[in-house]
Design a protein around this ligand. Structure first.
Ligand code: SAH
Length: 464
């Protein structure tokens, strides 16, 4: 993530002045923005040219004097003149934030694009780099937010004390507010001017229901890019009180949860000492029994090498409600990254997801036969033992010439790929880059796009 040169914040202007020096179209643009606030907006210029008549502003048609900046929160300068220079100097002397229109170097602050649903404000800034992008993003957010959402936010603000006295549990209170701002009934009532009544009715309903019990969502986080998360996963992450995640889930995905959600890393990276599976089972049951909504976030798909079986059994045994949200498993991300159809008409009639780690001779005999018959193997947890597994597959009857493709960090920006044959992998001496890997073995691998892949042991299958 990059760093910002500006700090986004909401700045208090109530009871203060916003002074705009200038009388032209640019000054009018800033007036439009400034009059969205309750500040007293003052326009100062010897030349008032634009039509300010539709705005509640004070027009001062004269030169600038220093006392113009008394009780002033912000200054905009939108003309080039001796008055403007005086105003800039005075603003700087008084440490009042200054914006000089179209002169970024002289600005203490920039004005973002604003989606205005007062009191809800969404400010979009590109620090001046890409105003067009800011406008596009703004249009999307405009479309997303009901015009009445601001009114409903005000209702929520007005009800705060009542909510606190009626609902004592923090999580339950949050559930009420969530229900309030997403309720179609409240929105419809608000449109008729009866939002307050509807909000109170909803409050009464929430106050009377006993505290909701906890739940565990087993959520697939996908291979590690935020945009390979499902919409459902994203929504539930936003709702969760606690996020219990594996080491393999990148921070960027964990951070898609609520900012105040508790985050617990339960490790489970190879070679890391961390929570045992039994401890994880106990933890998620305990959290749910405390009434919390628990997001158990696993890499890829939770049902594929995710120890979901054990966690589900523990939840069932404890009578904790649960739900499973699928995710993009690493092998599918690897197939996408390399345009490899893991099933392919007349070549591969199926696709095996298997763990290389802990595979015994009978597993290998079995897979060698499947790979020989055309099926594609996707081996998980095999990077550190890749050569060994390749040699054993050959020993158990797989053809040394079978195509192999490896994707490290599938589905992520920093992926790397390798290709060759089973024999090349068995003899491989090149070091793979850091990160988890999927190893594909089978005829269908050749149909993928491995043109940019590093060659295993200098041998390769032909690229179509
Ligand atoms: N539930 C996960 C698998 C967890 S087991 C899933 O469905 O993807 C851990 C193994 O998954 C790793 O050893 C590696 O083989 C594979 N893996 C996980 N993330 C990966 C990624 N981004 N790229 C390649 N392989 C990955």
């Amino acid at each position: 993530m990059g760093y910002l040169n500006t700090f986004p914040l909401s700045y208090k202007v109530q009871g203060l002045r916003i002074v705009i020096v200038g009388g032209s179209e640019e000054a009018l643009n800033k007036t439009r923005l400034a009059t969205k606030t309750t500040a007293q907006v003052v326009i100062i210029s010897r030349h008032i040219e634009a039509d300010f008549s539709t705005f509640a502003v004070e027009i001062v048609e004269r030169g600038f004097v220093p006392s113009d900046l008394d009780s002033t929160a912000l200054v905009f300068v939108a003309e080039e003149s001796a008055d403007a220079d005086l105003a800039k100097a005075e603003a700087r002397a008084r440490n009042i934030p200054l914006n000089v229109v179209d002169v970024p170097a002289e600005c203490d602050f920039y004005t973002p694009s604003i989606v205005d649903r007062a009191p809800l404000t969404v400010a979009i800034s590109t620090e001046g780099d890409a105003p067009v992008l800011a406008r596009l993003v703004r249009a999307r957010i405009e479309a997303m937010l009901s015009p009445r959402i601001g009114k409903i936010a005000s209702l929520a603000g007005g009800l705060r004390h009542k909510v606190e006295s009626l609902i004592h549990d923090g999580a339950a209170r949050r559930r009420y507010y969530e229900a309030l701002v997403t309720s179609p009934a409240v929105e419809a009532a608000e449109a008729l001017g009866q939002g307050a009544e509807a909000a109170e009715a909803l409050l009464a309903q929430h106050a009377s229901t006993t505290q909701a019990s906890g739940v565990v969502w087993l959520i697939g986080a996908g291979p590690g890019s935020e945009d390979l998360l499902t919409l459902r996963a994203q929504r539930l992450l936003q709702e969760a009180d606690v996020i219990v995640h594996d080491q393999l889930v990148p921070d960027a995905v964990v951070q898609m949860g609520r900012r105040d959600a508790e985050q617990i890393s339960v490790g489970k990276a190879k070679g890391h000492h961390s929570f045992s599976q039994a401890q994880i089972n106990t933890l998620i049951v305990r959290l749910a029994n405390e009434g919390k909504k628990v997001a158990r976030l696993k890499s890829g798909d939770p049902m594929v090498f995710g120890r979901a079986g054990e966690e589900i059994a523990a939840l069932r045994k404890a009578g904790v409600p649960y739900q499973i949200v699928p995710g993009v498993s690493a092998a599918l991300a690897a197939a996408a990254d390399t345009a490899t159809p893991v099933t392919l008409r007349k070549v591969s009639s199926g696709f095996i997801m298997a763990t290389a780690h802990g595979a015994d001779d009978s597993d290998l005999t079995h897979w060698a036969a499947l790979a020989q018959s055309g099926l594609t193997l996707a081996l998980y947890m095999g990077k550190s033992i890749a050569s060994d597994v390749a040699a054993r597959l050959i020993a158990h009857g797989a053809a040394p010439s079978l195509p192999v493709g490896i994707v490290v960090n599938a589905g992520r920006a920093d992926k790397s790929t390798y290709s060759g044959t089973l024999a090349a992998l068995a003899a491989n001496t090149i070091a793979f880059s850091d990160g988890p890997a999927i190893i594909f073995v089978g005829e269908a691998v050749e149909a993928g796009d491995w043109a940019n892949a590093a060659q295993l042991a200098g041998m390769s299958f032909k690229v179509a």
